[in-house]
Design a protein around this ligand. Structure first.
Ligand SMILES: Nc1ncnc2c1ncn2[C@@H]1O[C@H](COP(=O)(O)OP(=O)(O)O)[C@@H](O)[C@H]1O
Ligand SMILES: [Mg+2]
Length: 381
């Protein structure tokens, strides 16, 4: 026959062994439960065994502390796993495979050259004092090809392209945005060469109103620290940050000083318009078009690259409807059947573009453009 104390001791030993096993497995929940059990048995024994009372009280207390510390660790691990994984999958979601090539961009020769040089310098063996740009600011009216330029950089390098919209990150992660940025740069370095493209950059720094949230301030300072810090470390890893904004005047001095290269991406001039029309009518016969005339109209109407892309789409549709008047009727056919047929096309004509011009309007005015020009004169370069 065994007495109560002996029984409790047996149970204590059993619980202790299970605790050890759970700890080895990394099963913190069970380990904690077993530690609490140990504590309970210790206190029971202390009640029954007067000679060893002190000893078992102390031991019980120790087990309880062990259980508490496991509770804390569990919390920390859960937090890390959640935050870490959430960030990670969000960051992976920002990675875009870029197929854009330099020749997909009309005009902007100067900008293209500078970006190409930056990329090339980053790759070449070079004296220590020659450092490639880490951050480049692209500014200009909407739709002028800023995103396109960043994609082409990534495409030509076969680099990992992170497409980050500053305002989206802020609204999704708010207080956590700066942590997200650190994680993002960690992943960018892992997957180098990388291009981190930050769109709507002005969302982080509104000098005009002076009213920036704490969250955007922290996100911005983390970002600037990443830009600074990385400069001195291993220079053979390329992580190039391209920031884009349609409202450069919203950026404050502190930000500007971190982006010594600020590049104006203007509306296309006449030559650029011709190139952009050609890019967006690829595969079609344009020999009947007077490209000069179209380009002049585009310049006069303050068209951006995006407006020209839309113009071409509209014109192409006018042509398609013209030679396929019953097109919509084919909607009754099964998709398999459709795939066997071919869309009729004819060479594009000036009249197609005349129709299209009526539909495309640029939101910009001369005043807007002057503002970009002035900012460029003062801060650009
Ligand atoms: N220079 C350009 N050459 C060819 N297409 C252009 C050009 N600029 C703009 N586009 C067209 O307009 C779209 C929007 O351009 P985007 O690069 O997003 O402008 P931004 O980022 O400056 O607002 C592009 O996807 C492209 O179809
Ligand atoms: Mg864009």
């Amino acid at each position: 026959m065994i007495d109560a104390t002996e029984f409790l001791m047996m149970m204590l030993n059993k619980a202790r062994r299970e605790f050890e096993k759970a700890k080895v497995r990394g099963d913190l929940k069970t380990a904690r439960m077993k530690a609490l059990e140990c504590a309970k048995y210790c206190f029971e024994i202390a009640k029954k065994d007067y000679r060893e009372r002190e000893y078992y009280l102390k031991l019980g207390e120790k087990w309880r502390m062990t259980a508490d510390s496991l509770e804390e660790r569990k919390h920390k691990i859960v937090e890390k796993a959640e935050g870490g994984e959430d960030f990670r999958s969000y960051i992976e979601g920002l990675i875009a495979k870029s197929k854009v090539k330099w020749e997909d961009i009309g005009g902007l020769d100067g900008v293209k050259r500078l970006l190409m040089e930056t990329v090339v310098i980053a790759g070449l063996q070079k004296p220590e004092s020659i450092k490639p740009w880490k951050g480049i600011l692209l500014f200009g009216p909407p739709g002028t090809g800023k995103t396109l330029l960043a994609s082409a950089c990534a495409g030509s390098l076969n680099a990992t392209f992170f497409n980050v919209k500053a305002d989206k990150v802020l609204s999704k992660y708010f207080g956590e945005s700066s942590k997200l940025i650190s994680s993002l740069y960690r992943v960018a370095r892992e997957k180098a060469p990388s291009i981190v493209f930050i769109d709507e950059f002005d969302a982080l720094s509104l000098s005009r109103s002076g009213d920036v949230s704490e969250a955007s301030r922290r996100m911005l300072s983390t970002l600037l620290a990443e830009l600074d810090g990385f400069q001195d470390k291993k220079s053979d890893i390329l992580v190039l940050t391209l920031a884009a904004t349609n409202t450069p005047w919203d950026l404050d001095q502190a930000v500007l000083s971190r982006f010594p290269r600020r590049i104006y991406v203007p509306l296309p001039d006449k030559n650029a318009c011709v190139e952009i029309v050609k890019i967006h009518t690829r595969g079609l016969n344009i020999s009947k078009l007077k490209l000069d005339e179209i380009a002049e109209m585009c310049v006069e109407r303050f068209y951006s690259g995006r407006d020209i892309a839309n113009l071409c789409q509209e014109a192409v549709w006018v042509m398609v409807r013209d030679v396929n008047p019953e097109l919509y009727k084919l909607a009754e056919l099964p998709f398999e059947e459709l795939k066997k047929r071919e869309l009729k096309v004819r060479p594009l004509e000036m009249s197609d573009f005349e129709e299209a011009f009526k539909k495309v309007k640029s939101p910009l005015t001369k005043k807007d453009l002057d503002r970009y020009e002035r900012w460029n004169e003062e801060f650009g370069g």
